[in-house]
Design a binder for this molecule. Structure first.
Ligand code: THU
Length: 165
């Protein structure tokens, strides 16, 4: 039997003014994206903004549906929009935030597993890391340098490409 360890690095900023201006701006865009959130069922609004390598900002927000599984998270709305409208452009960073009238959002909001896997594929395809910046409606800011930090044992599509029956 062997045992191994995975070490992930993440950082916190207690004071939002400590983070670089570009990241503050991206978080502001994510907060603005909350205005487009459609979440009548969960009343949990999520906003997301990503910056592309040429400086373009793409915003997304969660879009729910009365047939619950048909809805989509803010992160996937944003990355799929970027992939569709700016194919081939690298994503440099993604900021995620949330707001709710029914639950507390005073802590960083981390993406769900499906969004992690989806963002990870963009990171693998572009061969460069995507920084993730997370903050609730207030409070400290959490950052990871790469999507893979949030999903160490991700499903790797290379296995599918090389599959021969
Ligand atoms: N949600 C997101 O937009 N992103 C996540 O990473 C997790 C959850 C949304 C989906 C749903 O509209 C609401 O938050 C409650 O789960």
């Amino acid at each position: 039997m062997n045992e191994e360890r995975v070490i992930i690095t993440y950082r916190y900023y207690q004071n939002p003014s400590e983070i670089p201006t570009e990241e503050q701006e991206l978080l502001s865009h994510a907060k603005r994206a909350l205005l487009g959130s459609y979440a009548p069922y969960s009343q949990f609004n999520v906003g997301c903004a990503l910056r592309l390598e040429d400086g373009t900002i793409v915003q997304g927000s969660n879009q729910e549906n009365m047939a619950y599984p048909s809805g989509l998270c803010a992160e996937r709305v944003a990355i799929f929009w970027a992939g569709s409208n700016h194919p081939g452009k690298k994503i440099v960073a993604i900021a995620i935030t949330a707001a709710s009238k029914v639950v507390s959002t005073d802590h960083p909001i981390t993406p769900c597993g499906s969004c992690r896997q989806s963002m990870l594929e963009y990171e693998l395809n572009q061969c460069s890391p995507i920084k993730i910046i997370m903050q609730g409606s207030s409070g400290r800011i959490m950052e990871v340098e790469s999507v893979s930090s949030l999903l160490p044992f991700y499903f790797n599509e290379v296995d599918l490409k090389h599959q021969k029956l």
